[in-house]
Design a protein around this ligand. Structure first.
Ligand SMILES: CC(=O)N[C@H]1[C@@H](OP(=O)(O)OP(=O)(O)OC[C@H]2O[C@@H](n3ccc(=O)[nH]c3=O)[C@H](O)[C@@H]2O)O[C@H](CO)[C@@H](O)[C@@H]1O
Ligand SMILES: C=C(OP(=O)(O)O)C(=O)O
Length: 436
């Protein structure tokens, strides 16, 4: 994939069926967990996206045997890990390119008593501290040194010991990291204020199949009785709930009739409801979501008639990863909504591009944007823009697909980080997108 821009001609109505990819953020946890056992682990429904492929490459470089049976299925065997490699410049560089690489630390501490965390990559969407991870590890008996010049954590333990901990915030990757360390600690660990996204529920179930003893799955209190070793297993990722939300938004914004196949509806939590609050109709047909072609959609108000606010919240609240999509979809709705992004402080700045396209948005402060829906009175117009992060990138793509004329979106590596073959899949539904 050498090209780095999409040229989009907007205005086409899309039609057809689309199958969601396996969940990116689940895959990053699950693939890290293969380090917990010397036995074979087989993983399927792997999304073929840059971040996940980078993590697989990274594991290969530290000595995990990798047999990629197909693009979406892979066998891993971590029976000969090269610990000194973790301190090499190559490792620091590669693992610094994605956020998910931070989650190999928990399994490495559990199995080898050592881990190194370079400043992780991922989206530049505001401060993304690692305190929850590091403090959790410390509570389990890990000592750490932070190398200021190199932005590098060196972690070591002579034995993890179970304990009670109350996390300062329900960090998603932090909970996964601490959980993967705790499964092989001696005694019992209680993680209170744990994150409980489906990603973590899936990870916990996988770890239990490997022989771990985790209870409280799906709640904010995980209780883990340590075991001395884990065995191999098989695991399949759930459909990517963020991709599903993106497709619901895309359908409404482009007045398209789309069926999202095998959406794993029972694991979507409040996501469909938030899009329904924007006035988008959908039908659940078995495990498929059917979105009919809608000429218009009208944002609901609160019961007292006041303007709707949509904000993020740790699971089972609304995920911050879909707020940019909700925002863009609201620009063509009838009515108004306040988008309140509580968790990240630089995730809304992409609205200046939507404003250039003709959207009516007031960025009140870094966390809040008021959207005044155009009610399709006039269309957005195509422009040249650059994708600042993965979800803003897809939001701009959706805006471009609904706009009049040609748009060029640069820096689409950000989109490829998380959305599999997105241009080909949307072209199959009738979109006009070219990689240039
Ligand atoms: C690889 C991966 O899985 N990435 C996801 C993961 O990132 P990640 O695990 O890095 O995100 P965290 O859950 O640690 O926190 C994200 C941000 O929200 C803040 N925060 C978090 C919880 C809270 O109650 N209050 C609060 O303000 C944190 O300080 C941080 O700035 O979870 C984020 C939050 O769902 C998602 O956006 C990312 O897509
Ligand atoms: C913020 C995200 O990803 P990452 O944590 O990998 O940057 C995301 O998936 O929306």
């Amino acid at each position: 994939m050498s090209s780095n821009a999409f040229e989009v001609r907007g205005g086409n109505r899309l039609k057809g069926e689309i199958i969601p990819q396996g969940a990116k953020n689940e895959a990053l946890q699950i693939i890290s967990a293969v380090l917990l056992t010397p036995e074979k682990v087989t993983i399927s429904n792997i999304p073929d996206i840059v971040d996940v492929n980078l993590l697989i490459e990274l594991l290969g470089e530290i000595g995990v045997k990798i047999n990629r049976i197909s693009r979406d299925k892979c066998e891993f065997q971590a029976d000969n890990i090269d610990i000194p490699y973790l301190q090499s410049a190559e490792f620091k560089k590669k693992s610094g390119r994605l956020r998910g690489s931070v989650m190999i630390a928990g399994p490495l501490l559990a199995r080898f008593g050592k881990a190194y965390i370079p400043k992780p990559g991922g989206d530049k969407i505001g401060r993304r501290r690692l305190d929850t991870h590091i403090i959790g590890f410390e509570k389990l008996g890990v000592k750490f040194v932070y190398d200021n010049d190199d932005n590098y954590f060196r972690l070591e333990t002579d034995g993890l010991k179970g304990t009670f901990m109350l996390l300062d915030e329900p960090s998603v990757t932090g909970t996964a990291n601490i959980l993967m360390a705790a499964v092989m600690a001696s005694g019992t660990t209680t993680i209170y204020n744990a994150a409980c996204e489906p990603y973590l529920q899936q990870l916990s179930k996988m770890l239990n199949r490997m022989g771990a003893k985790i209870s409280g799955i799906g709640s904010n209190m995980l209780i883990i009785e340590g075991v001395t070793s884990l065995k191999g297993t098989e695991h399949a990722m759930l459909p990517d709930m963020i991709e599903i939300g993106s497709f619901i938004g895309l359908a409404a914004m482009t007045q398209s009739e789309i069926t999202i196949k095998n959406a794993g509806i029972e694991n979507l939590g409040i996501i469909p409801e938030k899009f329904q609050q924007l006035g988008i109709q959908m039908e659940f047909r078995g495990d498929d979501i059917y979105i009919p072609q809608q000429d218009s959609y009208e944002i609901q108000t609160f019961i007292d008639g006041s303007i709707l606010t949509i904000s993020d919240h740790p699971w089972p609240g609304f995920t911050p990863d879909l707020l940019s999509i909700v925002l863009v979809v609201a620009t063509q709705a009838k009515g108004s909504v306040m988008i309140h992004q509580k968790m990240f402080e630089s995730r809304l700045f992409f609205v200046d591009k939507l404003i250039d396209m003709g959207a009516q948005i007031i960025l009140c402060d870094p966390h809040r944007a008021a959207v005044i829906g155009l009610g399709r009175q006039h269309k957005l117009r195509g422009i040249t823009m650059s994708s600042p992060d993965i979800r803003a990138g897809v939001s701009l793509l959706i805006a471009a697909l609904s706009a009049e004329g040609k748009s060029t979106i640069h820096n689409i590596d950000q989109i490829d980080r998380g959305y599999q073959y997105i241009d080909a899949r949307l072209t199959a539904l009738g979109a006009d997108i070219k990689r240039i």
